[in-house]
Design a protein around this ligand. Structure first.
Ligand SMILES: [Mg+2]
Length: 246
């Protein structure tokens, strides 16, 4: 039993619009036993309210404050650092998150450049962001996932492909917020007042979820309900989230 359970979403709690078998029962039982629960997603277009609504419909306990997504997390980080003018390369949802956080778009003299997945990316956008970074603006990436899965198992280019284009043109590496970087998990533990020793990171991807937990100094647990169907040797985990309750 841990004080805090940090769950990845896609492939761990749901697959597309379907809850994964055992997810609702497991989260509900952990809450009844007095544990705290948070959800960590690299998807920069996910909003806490949107995730909470989606999980609620699936019968899975969730409140907006339990959700850590790289979009709102990037906006909060900019605010914490005192940035007001930010150049964002991303989906409309990311632009909206930044506007709602009181940050102003600035593509001339921004205090930071934030890059997430952007399906409308153009050569001009790469050139503009690279110019600003080369001129000295801090370079923040929401995440660097190479791909994300679509229905039918097809893979689409992820934020990592967008970040790599700008990084290559700018000649500078970004500060990465999403998993496997531990930033969101560390923030969740701090806000919950729980130490790494009493936190369990649960996810379906070794390279992102499990490495994130390890980097934060937490125990980790890998489910095989997502894309990956086998666990590295010695990695704790199970085939169904229910096994967490044993
Ligand atoms: Mg996942």
């Amino acid at each position: 039993m841990y004080g805090l359970y940090a769950f990845d979403l896609d492939g761990t709690i749901y697959r597309g619009d379907e809850a994964i078998d055992g997810a609702a029962e497991t989260v509900r039982t952990l809450r009844e036993r007095g544990a705290r629960v948070v959800y960590l997603t690299n998807n920069s277009a996910a909003t806490p309210a949107g995730v909470a609504l989606k999980l609620e419909k699936m019968g899975i306990p969730c409140e907006p404050a339990w959700v850590y997504g790289t979009g709102p997390f990037a906006a909060q980080l900019c605010r914490d650092r005192g940035y007001r003018q930010v150049h964002v390369v991303g989906e409309p949802a990311l632009h909206q998150t930044f506007a709602e956080a009181g940050l102003h778009p600035d593509s001339r003299n921004p205090e930071a450049v934030v890059v997430g997945i952007c399906r409308a990316l153009t050569y001009e956008m790469i050139a503009q962001a690279a110019d600003l970074i080369r001129a000295g603006a801090p370079f923040i990436a929401t995440n660097t996932d190479a791909t994300y899965p679509m229905a039918g198992g097809r893979l689409q280019p992820g934020a990592g492909a967008v970040v790599a284009a700008i990084q290559t043109a700018a000649g500078r590496e970004p500060e990465v917020l999403g998993k496997p970087a531990p930033a969101m998990l560390l923030a969740a533990m701090k806000e919950a007042g729980v130490e790494p020793a009493s936190t369990l990171m649960v996810g379906d991807r070794y390279e992102t979820d499990i490495l994130c937990g390890q980097a934060a100094g937490c125990d980790t647990w890998m489910v095989t309900t997502g894309v990956v169907t086998d666990r590295p040797h010695g990695q704790p985990g199970g085939e169904n989230l229910r096994e967490l309750l044993n």
